[in-house]
Design a protein around this ligand. Structure first.
Ligand SMILES: [Zn+2]
Length: 271
């Protein structure tokens, strides 16, 4: 039997969410919900309407950001379904919603219903507790790790550029399925998308090093040079990812960082 995958997009369109967060409902009669979505009654109603009288076996989430787990507790109450989470998700999920305490159970690397089996793959980077969920041969649910419209944002201290790059390689090497991201459309050639993202990141890193060849610069200045003229709100988000790149390059001793008065400046390490 074909595995049914239903996408319901919440109405939280925005600069970092694109057309909104995608919630996925998988299965025919015994359902799994991935990423219930932001705290919106309208979105909750759409999910419940689609589920109808069918049984939700469990609810899972790719990571703890509020546009993914905002409805986790309410959906669990409404559907009487348990929430399965990874060990490294517990503290972050409870920090967001204490009431989840009595609803959660831990999943292992394989999660199954009597219809299908799914691998939970740890993919830290965008968030430390990020997972991708793979139904072998059918689909890879990539959350915010790999999105359908843009590169993801890596924000310190929970985000980590080194982890992100390693997680991209894990997914590239492991899967041949189509990607179903939490924002944007399905990605048919997942491996190619991984390669593009890895190349993009490496290119940015070279660009930063080239920029620092001439002079020492602070985060603000580097971001403006790298991103050129973009929307001022977008610059704020771009800065988070540039900062993560810079910190990784400092850790790898590719560049150095020094505090001058109250600002950190980055420069190329003298050889
Ligand atoms: Zn996120």
């Amino acid at each position: 039997m074909l595995t049914n995958i239903k996408k319901i997009t919440a109405e939280n369109t925005g600069l970092t969410t694109y057309t909104g967060t995608n919630s996925y409902i998988i299965g025919n009669e015994n359902l799994i919900v991935i990423d219930p979505g932001p705290p919106s009654d309208k979105h909750l109603s759409s999910i419940i309407r689609y589920i109808g009288k069918r049984k939700v076996e469990f609810i899972i989430a790719t990571h703890h950001h509020s546009d993914h787990i905002g409805l986790l507790y309410k959906l669990s109450i409404e559907t009487n379904a348990p929430i399965y989470i990874g060990k490294n998700q517990v503290s972050l999920f409870l920090e967001y919603e204490q009431r989840l305490k009595d609803k959660i159970s831990l999943f292992d690397s394989i999660i199954s219903t009597n219809e299908l089996s799914m691998n939970a793959i740890q993919t830290p980077g965008h968030a430390s507790d990020h997972y991708c969920f793979q139904i072998p041969g059918v689909a890879m649910f990539t959350g915010d790790h790999i999105m359908g419209w843009s590169t993801t944002m890596i924000r310190l201290p929970d985000g980590n550029m080194k982890d992100y790059m390693e997680s991209l390689k894990i997914i590239r090497n492991l899967c041949n399925e189509e990607f179903f991201p939490a924002h944007g459309e399905k990605i048919v050639d997942g491996k190619k998308r991984c390669e593009q993202l890895i190349n993009h990141r490496n290119k940015r890193s070279t660009q930063i090093q080239n920029t620092l060849q001439l002079t020492k610069l602070n985060l603000e200045e580097i971001t403006k040079i790298i991103y050129g003229k973009i929307n001022t709100k977008l610059i704020t988000y771009a800065k988070f990812t540039v900062e993560s790149s810079l910190e990784e390059m400092v850790a790898n001793k590719l560049i150095k960082k020094e505090k001058i008065r109250d600002t950190y400046f980055y420069s190329l390490k003298e050889s």
